[in-house]
Design a protein around this ligand. Sequence first.
Ligand code: CU
Length: 333
Amino acid sequence: MSPARNIDAFYKPTQDGKGWIRSWLFTLDHKRIGVLYLYTIMAFFLVGITLGGLMRFELIRPGMDLMDAQTYNVLFTLHGVIMVFFVVIPSVPATFGNIFLPIQLGADDVAFPRINLLSWWMYIFGAILIVCSLFTGGGPPDTGWTFYVPFSEVTSTNVSLAVFAVFILGFSSIFIGLNFVTTIHRLRCEGMTWTRLSLFTWSLYATGWIQILATPILAITVLLVMVERFVGVGMFDPSKGGDPLLYQHLFWIYSHPAVYIMILPAMGIISDIIPVFARKNIFGYKMMAFSSLMIAFAGSLVWAHHMFTSGMSDFAVLVFSFFKLCCRHSFSN
Ligand SMILES: [Cu+2]
């Protein structure tokens, strides 16, 4: 029995049910942390689709119906931030990944149960910060979820707190990736060789590397926006000698691979479920596993397709068009 399990037993509720909430909030059990994530993510999903619904209602006919332009921009931003950072990025890895990865590996738990719990608490902390940003400073942010400069530096709304929340959420995501990669390397049970891993595990492995390598870039970039708002150092704001294209590059170096954080584990689930119900072995297991890794790798080379009309050099447009073309044809995404 691992030390983590002993501590978890310490937090078991007593027979009269006392300590039940504490047993959940401080659990080190990967399945329970997965369930915690599941319910909090679903709660945010409801908030996100409500905001999205309000936006659609506003657009149902021309002119202003439900809200003014500023409120619309705020809903647009919150909807984006919630759906991207609070829902789709943690969605599959934090819930199904946490619940099934150790089971599929034959491991007791993930490699770092305490960091796993910390990851969920960072997520909650980030959520609290986002809520605080609505009521403090210049009010809720109105920049869109991409926080594009120079607008995010000149707007009087509370962008600083919102980007700090994204910074904190970044850590939540990095911790999950770190845990999964370490678990897959170190805690596979006897006989669980690399070519026997389930394809869901392979997809989480590829996702984990993206989370570890790409998320810090976003975290530092948005932190620089905050620093620039406070100190005015001139990293991204052209009026201070900064480069807005630099911001876009750094932002998309993370935010394009983030697409694969969302889709790879979902494809892994499908690759596991269909063969079971079709009662056949999956075709090309090794190539499927390899292509999960290659998607993670190639997905890290194509970020500037989000910037084709941004004023980047024609040569850069050519190179990134070529990379994107290669990606489309080899991995169909
Ligand atoms: Cu992209």
